[in-house]
Design a protein around this ligand. Structure first.
Ligand SMILES: C[S@@+](CC[C@H](N)C(=O)[O-])C[C@H]1O[C@@H](n2cnc3c(N)ncnc32)[C@H](O)[C@@H]1O
Length: 434
């Protein structure tokens, strides 16, 4: 069940040859933006201090759960892997649109929001192999490849780098073909780039292909109007916008659009002429932003109830709960399209809503406890770090025990209803953009 909006042909632009390994931020298009970091204290009550998580603060602490424990992203990203695999044909269509440069210059690929699991390593392997195949079928030797793994600085890059297979030696040992077909070695130079993808990450015209999966629905910040009391958008009683006030959901929508605009501006500067990108983020089928679809079910039902449990049991105050907001927004196709069109630097090759399926991977669907645990681990792997920062690890533990308990008693319904949709965008630098 897919909604297609647009299908256009590729644009061919001349090759470019700038490449520098850097994580620097530049000015100009996609350069620095104003930062907000607001810390306030409620009625002089130190115990319950109001922390409005501003852009700088959120990007300093946001990450998927690192390490290799039960609630880690490494051990809870099989669903994303499955969803990404189903999109490989679309990814390859976008790769076929990239203008190939001269083979004596490296081909540069960047995964933005790579996280710390093996999904990013797998997809970079697919990209490199496909592009190498294109060079070979045009009768040329493939170039060297450079892959940048980029995420926020708090990402567990150590775990990621440990998962990277060793670099295959292209001289002496085996042929480049052998390297490219190898699953135990990588055929690209790898580097990590820490920083927010809502700003500049790479030098001008240095990247051939950008990939970003399951990341752009993370907002750069919770809008102040949602986190602070007093206004119409204050998200009182809730930790997510799903099923909440229209004003709160609209504030999230506005933040999403401004973030995506920043992302596109930065990429339009960094992309080589003839470059393309493939973007996947959570999406929703409803026009109503208070209906966040699968993300709404994940964060706005049993997870919400578990937060309420902590309040009712006197473990946290209701104000403490109210100040926690999941900084995720699942856009509609229209939300996404509006921003790309307003930016104007990219041509839309494809923009569609893709049914991803369930975010839960369970071996025995009849085992309610396993479903409950998978639900809680799924919430924890993506938001556990924020939870721990807000209420501490001990209470975080209590929270996810309650999430699992509640999800266990709704296991059947969860398996039936919890479905993710993704916005999938294939974009190429528009011919007019320099
Ligand atoms: C669910 S993970 C996706 C991981 C990976 N792409 C995959 O396919 O499994 C989302 C990632 O987006 C990253 N992220 C969120 N906001 C970001 C930002 N502003 N800049 C860079 N990365 C960000 C998070 O840190 C996290 O690692």
């Amino acid at each position: 069940m897919e909604q297609k909006l647009n299908l256009a042909d590729s644009s061919s632009r001349g090759p470019h040859n700038a490449l520098l390994a850097t994580n620097g931020r530049g000015h100009g298009r996609g350069g620095y933006r104003d930062q907000t970091h607001v810390t306030k204290y409620a009625r002089g009550d130190n115990k319950d201090k109001v922390v409005v998580v501003g852009e700088m603060k959120l990007e300093k602490m946001l990450s998927m759960k690192g390490g290799k424990g039960e609630g880690s992203y490494v051990n809870n990203s099989e669903a994303q892997a499955k969803h990404a695999r189903s999109m490989v044909p679309l990814l390859k269509e976008t790769l076929d649109l990239v203008k190939l440069g001269p083979p004596d210059l490296p081909f540069v690929v960047a995964d933005l929001g790579c996280s710390c699991g093996s999904n990013t390593i797998h997809v970079v392997g697919v990209i490199v192999k496909h592009i190498a195949g294109r060079y070979e079928s045009s009768g040329q030797d493939p170039p060297e490849f450079s892959a940048f793994f980029s995420d926020l600085p708090s990402n567990d890059f150590n775990t990621l780098f440990q998962l990277l297979p060793p670099l295959a030696s292209s001289g002496g040992g085996g042929s480049l073909e052998d390297c490219l077909s190898s699953t135990t070695h990588r055929s690209y130079f790898a580097a990590g780039v820490p920083g927010s993808f809502y700003r500049r990450l790479f030098p001008k015209m240095s990247v051939d292909f950008f990939y970003s999966a399951f990341s752009l629905h993370w907002l750069s910040q919770v809008p102040e109007s949602v986190a602070e009391g007093g206004g119409a958008a204050y998200n009182k009683g809730r930790i997510f916008i799903h099923g909440g006030k229209e004003a709160a959901a609209n504030a999230y929508g506005k933040q999403f659009k401004s973030d995506l605009a920043g992302f596109l501006k930065a990429r339009s500067v960094e992309m080589k002429k003839g470059g393309s990108m493939f973007l996947v983020c959570l999406g929703r089928t409803s026009v109503d932003p208070t209906d966040q679809g699968g993300a709404g079910l994940l964060f706005g039902t049993h997870y919400q109830d578990a937060w309420d449990d902590l309040v009712h049991e006197g473990l946290i105050t209701s104000e403490k709960r109210d100040r926690f907001n999941i900084p995720v927004y699942a856009p509609s196709l229209q939300d996404f399209k509006e921003v790309v069109e307003a930016d104007g630097a990219f041509k839309i090759n494809q923009l569609q809503l893709f049914r991803g399926g369930s975010p839960l991977v369970v071996s025995n669907p009849d085992d309610a406890a396993e479903v409950g645990r998978a639900f809680a681990n799924s919430c924890r792997s993506v938001s556990g770090v924020l939870v721990d920062a807000h209420i501490g690890e001990k209470l975080g533990e209590e929270l996810f025990v309650r999430v699992a308990r509640r999800a266990t008693s709704h296991a059947k319904e969860i398996l039936e209803l919890l479905q993710f949709f993704h916005v999938v965008a294939s974009l190429s630098l528009a011919a007019t953009c320099t």
